[in-house]
Write a protein that binds this ligand. Structure first.
Ligand SMILES: [Zn+2]
Length: 193
């Protein structure tokens, strides 16, 4: 179910208050890099603040001329458009964006790393820091990866793929378009190096 307007406004106000207070300690920021980080202890507004930090950490607002107002509005719109479903919800998007794998990745080649990310899920922020991915693929790609992780299950209805495909013509169309795109080798990042 989508958020009700009053609840939505309340969350936006609290998020903006947290932003203005800049309440993230150095200890928290260090924990954010770890696989043990547990988002269940954090409120939705605090999670939005942590997501904002991921953009600030890489200095994306300055590098890509993104105002803080635009960034905060974007993050809140993302939050607003996740459904309250058991798994593919806003907190899941944060976990995918933040969590690091326990696997040793520092010796992996870039294609191997991306295969691993594909197999185990795009657990981005800490993984990017762990292998210093920004040096390997550049700023813009990291911005795209983090943003993709944050958005990857937007408006997910909570049903699995098998149910969706057998009940929803729109889902079938999405799958067809996706297959067309990923079948084109020129779009593949695996083969560029
Ligand atoms: Zn997901």
């Amino acid at each position: 179910m989508p958020l009700t307007p009053s609840f939505e406004q309340q969350n936006l106000t609290m998020f903006l208050v947290l932003c203005s207070n800049d309440t993230l300690s150095e200890e928290v920021l260090q924990c954010l890099r770890l696989p043990s980080f547990d988002c269940s202890e954090w409120s939705d507004e605090e999670i939005l603040l942590l997501m904002q930090h991921m953009y600030l950490h890489f200095d994306f607002p300055t590098k890509y001329n993104i105002s803080m107002t635009t960034l905060r509005n974007f993050l809140f719109q993302v939050y607003k458009n996740y459904n309250e479903v058991p798994f593919h919800n806003f907190r899941h998007s944060f976990c995918v964006t933040q969590m690091v794998s326990n696997a040793q990745t520092s010796s992996m080649t870039v294609p191997a790393l991306f295969v691993r990310l594909w197999v185990f899920g795009f657990q981005m922020y800490a993984m990017i820091l762990k292998v210093d991915l920004i040096k390997l693929i550049g700023d813009l790609e990291i911005l795209v990866l983090i943003t993709s992780c944050i958005c990857h299950d937007l408006d997910h209805p909570g049903y699995n793929n098998i149910y969706q495909v057998s009940h929803d013509k729109v889902a079938k169309n999405y799958i067809y378009i996706t297959l067309v795109i990923i079948s084109d080798v020129s779009f593949s990042i695996f083969f560029r190096r």
